[in-house]
Design a protein around this ligand. Structure first.
Ligand code: HEM
Ligand code: NAG
Ligand code: NAG
Ligand code: NAG
Ligand code: NAG
Length: 409
């Protein structure tokens, strides 16, 4: 590897390493505030921008927690709880919930979340099987809410693998929190934590959140940008309307780079799908597999392409182009699908729409240019013999400078 290439590889790696080697420490602000109230055993960032600090004494099984997250708007609720079951999940969670109402009042209480909550029954305060003391719900900043409490961990809860579940909702009435949003960020608010060491079983919600974004960006850049740019180069710079000797090299580079980035995004996607078994995104997955399979086939095209003057070349070209354009369509459908799952914020959707418009208008301009050039060359054709036409076309193919057509008129 040349020093230049090594440098490039180092840059690419340094962009992605922080994601894989991610230790989701709390923000300094939250840690400082928490340290005033408890002796922190550990503090971590979680999904939905939540932060969780705790102190745990494995002798007395006393657990002090401080859990904060942003509430959007002047109404909302914040929940934090432990689940004694085998897996972290909503049903079975013994929760502490703080509610903020739009008239500025707030309340906090304990709630037991059951199957019927999930089915839509009212969620109202009830006794839970945790001994809770010093429970408070406060707003250190306008939109940032914090739950603080002390719990004595019962024996049924394993302190080296404790299921922690949290949630943020936007609507509530008095003491009743209403259904939270159901996008992927809200469905991944659960972790199995070792309270003694602070480590997390499997991958923390925060890391999954980051990987999902990496997955999205790699796919948008790989499948969504390089492949269509490569297609535009092949369509408009091969011979007509513009002939450019470097087109093939650039076309192949774009497709290979797009394929590599897209494939790494796809592999992360498979892995993510595996990590969130409890909610499948079937269509997104199937389209992803189709895209990977057929772009792989297109890549083989590089090696299996018939020779230039082979009889099959025409059919081969038709096949390669047809598959290529269909893939571009499926890719953009799946990118929109993925963005709607992430539902990150609308910037992703608009950024991608912007990209499509840009590529689309470049293609339209080049297409119009193609036709104008084509007509200019064809219009004097009425006076020409077929023979001349043939020559013209050959010349046009080789060197389409425009001068050759002008000489006829
Ligand atoms: C206010 C009433 C609530 C209703 C009606 C409700 C409803 C639901 C529904 C229907 C799902 C499944 C969505 C799907 O699979 O597509 C779900 C998932 C989830 N909910 Fe709730 N929920 C409520 C409150 C809460 C609270 C208070 C928490 C946190 C303590 C919470 C945490 C979760 C989590 C972590 C999931 C992800 C799936 C799982 O692990 O079980 N929910 N909720
Ligand atoms: C932290 O621990 C020290 C020593 O055990 C104790 O003196 C101090 O009060 C504790 N601080 C808080 C905030 O609990
Ligand atoms: C508490 O944790 C420490 C270190 O992990 C361990 O050595 C000790 O035995 C534990 N104590 C109890 C009562 O479990
Ligand atoms: C607690 O979880 C650990 C693994 O995280 C396991 O080895 C241990 O057996 C569990 N203890 C109990 C009492 O279930
Ligand atoms: C705020 O609204 C709640 C329920 O809608 C009501 O019970 C409470 O009295 C109101 N508080 C004030 C200060 O208006």
């Amino acid at each position: 590897m040349s020093p230049d290439n090594r440098f490039r590889v180092a840059i690419v790696l340094s962009l992605f390493l922080p994601v894989f080697a991610d230790v989701p420490h709390c923000s300094n602000g939250f840690r400082e505030e928490a340290a005033k109230k408890i002796n922190i055993t550990s503090c971590r960032k979680q999904s939905l921008g939540a932060e969780f600090a705790w102190n745990y004494n494995n002798g007395t099984r006393r657990l002090e927690i401080l859990f904060g997250a942003k509430l959007h708007g002047d109404m909302g609720w914040l929940a934090w709880g432990l689940n004694p079951g085998k897996h972290a999940g909503m049903v079975g969670t013994q929760a502490l919930i703080g509610i903020k109402l739009s008239n500025g009042t707030s309340s906090h209480d304990t709630y037991s979340i059951t199957d019927s909550t999930k089915l839509g029954c009212k969620l109202l305060p009830s006794k839970i099987d945790l001994e809770v003391g010093d429970f408070s719900f406060s707003f250190p900043e306008a939109e940032f809410a914090v739950i603080q409490a002390t719990i004595v961990l019962p024996r049924e809860y394993n302190d080296s693998s404790t299921n922690v579940v949290w949630q943020v909702g936007n609507v509530a009435a008095e003491k009743q929190p209403f259904m939270h949003p159901k996008n992927i960020w809200h469905l991944s608010c659960k972790e199995t934590i070792n309270l003694i060491s602070g480590s997390v079983r499997g991958d923390g919600a925060h890391k999954l959140q980051k990987l999902r974004k990496v997955h999205g960006i790699l796919n948008i850049v790989g499948w969504g940008s390089f492949l269509p740019v490569g297609a535009i180069i092949a369509r408009y710079f091969r011979r007509f309307p513009v002939e450019w000797s470097q087109w093939f090299r650039l076309h192949v580079s774009c497709q290979i780079l797009g394929y590599l980035l897209g494939t790494s995004g796809w592999i992360i996607g498979l892995w993510l799908g595996n990590a969130s078994k409890y909610y499948g995104y079937h269509t997104h997955r199937v389209l992803g597999i189709i895209i990977f399979t057929f772009t792989t086939l297109q890549m083989f095209a590089l090696r299996l392409k018939p020779k230039r003057n082979d009889d099959y070349r025409v059919y081969w070209n038709m096949y390669h182009h047809f598959l290529g354009y269909s893939l571009l369509a499926i890719i953009s459908v799946n990118i929109f699908h993925g963005i709607s799952i992430l539902n990150a914020d609308h910037t992703w959707k608009w950024a991608y729409i912007g990209l499509l418009c840009l590529l689309g208008s470049i293609a339209v301009v080049l297409e119009i240019y193609t036709w104008i050039k084509f007509w200019k060359r064809e219009s004097p054709g009425i006076h020409k013999t077929q023979d001349q036409d043939q020559k013209d076309l050959q010349r046009g193919n080789k060197n389409d400078s425009g001068a050759s057509t002008a000489s006829h008129s």
